[in-house]
Design a binder for this molecule. Structure first.
Ligand SMILES: Cc1cc2nc3c(=O)[nH]c(=O)nc-3n(C[C@H](O)[C@H](O)[C@H](O)COP(=O)(O)OP(=O)(O)OC[C@H]3O[C@@H](n4cnc5c(N)ncnc54)[C@H](O)[C@@H]3O)c2cc1C
Length: 409
């Protein structure tokens, strides 16, 4: 593909955030360039591939997908939470979410955006950008050659350590408390339960984080583990002992290391001519590390606000601030609850988790999420942990009143 000298919008990164922004803009007839440094969209994926039903629904709506089955590995209808003493809590809910074939998912989204008119250029790396005369000049590299293109708006969807944000004066600097370091094996083991997500909390195997088993169907699963960078621990070490203790006879089909940046709530995610989305903006859930939903939602809102800015001819940060406001108005409560839980879990001990687990077991075990009483949940939470209740209470009533919605999201 030949580059033009000028585009209305350049989106950097064809992950879920970038493809969503490009899709929204292309559908509105905007001249948008979507660049992806990998030779093939979805070639390198760092993910356990689980999403909620709401995220799936959002993607289906935005991309007008009628047959999601081609990128669904397994449908999820229960969650198991395992404590350090190996006690379990099983919660059911029909159609909780799915595990994806993420390579196919990412390719599908980028392909649909391109089919709707986005100019997709793979094997194209963003190098740098600078503002000139109210626009942005970007330097891109393709097949070893440098190209310059000009754009009214740039959407940074280039994942953790966003070069786009830094280049345009919006560094997303990292605090060790705000990055989960993860390791994951893709395994085959005939004991994997096809429709259940497992979350395992224990000081021994997952200090400051948790281990997960996300089934991919037919005995395959992503088994991984995350720890906060501030813990100074290497997640791979813990994961190896977790696998050898709990899935000793597994066949290892693949492995990866990756990071999930969080903490976007306290950062500015817009500037003149610039909107930053998804992992580039650090929008993943602080506790679960789920970032696909936030990536798609932020990509959607960024695309819509960019369109409005172009229509009005106002590319200033004063106008683009709207993007941040709409995003946090939609998701701020969920994010706040997660931040509070993250604080609680940060210094957990097995003893503390076992105590909390026992209370939650009485409330949740064997139940359908729809039938769970939030009032009882809180009364029991206070009983077990005044500090956890204090954290919620201190954060304001809005968190308390919206909890049911959050749990069922
Ligand atoms: C081990 C692990 C497990 C996870 N599990 C889950 C999970 O189960 N569920 C969930 O919701 N989230 C999960 N996440 C988080 C999730 O993967 C991310 O939040 C999500 O991919 C963010 O989407 P994005 O579009 O913002 O960024 P990305 O998916 O990272 O996409 C960014 C794109 O930008 C491209 N790019 C980067 N730099 C440049 C450049 N200079 N020029 C051009 N292109 C560039 C990259 O190649 C990439 O394609 C997990 C993360 C990890 C590490």
């Amino acid at each position: 593909m030949e580059f033009k000298a000028r585009y209305s919008v350049v989106v950097v990164g064809a992950g879920p955030a970038g493809s969503t922004a490009a899709q929204i803009l292309a559908k509105k007839g905007v001249d948008v360039l979507l660049v992806e440094k990998q030779r093939e969209v979805g070639k390198d994926i760092f993910c356990a591939e689980g999403i909620s039903r709401n995220t799936l629904k959002l993607a289906e709506e935005i991309f007008e997908i009628e047959n999601p089955e081609k990128f669904i590995a397994s449908r999820v209808n229960s969650v198991r939470i395992i404590g350090p003493d190996l006690e379990t809590i099983d919660v059911r809910h029909e159609n909780m979410g799915v595990t994806l074939e993420r390579k196919i998912f990412d390719r599908t989204l980028a392909g649909i955006a391109a089919a709707n008119g986005a100019n997709l250029s793979v094997g194209t790396k963003f190098i740098q950008a600078e503002r000139k005369n109210g626009k942005v000049e970007l330097t891109l590299m393709k097949e070893g050659k440098l190209f310059n293109v000009t754009s009214d708006i740039v959407i940074g969807a280039d994942g953790p350590a966003s070069g786009v944000a830094t280049s345009l004066g919006l560094p997303m600097e990292t605090d060790d408390e705000e990055v989960h370091r993860c390791a994951q094996f893709f395994i085959y083991n005939d004991r994997i339960v096809g429709n259940r997500l497992d979350f395992f909390f224990s000081e021994k195997y997952s200090p400051t984080g948790y281990a997960w088993v996300f089934p991919k169907g037919n005995g395959f699963a992503n088994v991984g583990l995350g720890v906060l960078t501030s813990s100074g621990k290497d997640p791979m070490e813990f994961l190896k002992s977790y696998i050898s203790d709990f899935f000793p006879d597994s066949k290892i089909i693949g492995w990866l290391r990756g990071v999930v940046p969080i903490g976007g709530y306290n950062k500015r995610i817009y500037a003149d001519n610039l909107l930053v989305t998804g992992d580039a903006a650090r929008l993943a859930d602080p506790v679960t590390g789920g970032g696909i939903g936030p990536a798609i939602l932020s990509g959607k809102i960024a695309g819509e606000v960019a369109f409005e800015a172009l229509e009005r001819g106002d590319l200033s940060e004063k106008f683009l601030k709207k993007y941040e406001k709409i995003y946090w108005d939609r998701t701020g409560i969920d994010y706040k609850v997660s931040l509070i839980l993250k604080e609680y879990l940060k210094n957990y001990t097995d003893e503390r988790i076992i105590k909390l687990h026992r209370v939650l077991k009485k409330l949740f075990d064997g139940k359908d999420l729809e039938t769970i009483s939030i009032t009882r949940l809180f009364i029991n939470t206070v009983k077990v942990s005044k500090d956890l209740f204090g954290l919620f209470f201190g954060s304001g009533g809005d968190v308390l009143f919206n909890l049911r919605k959050i749990i069922l999201r």
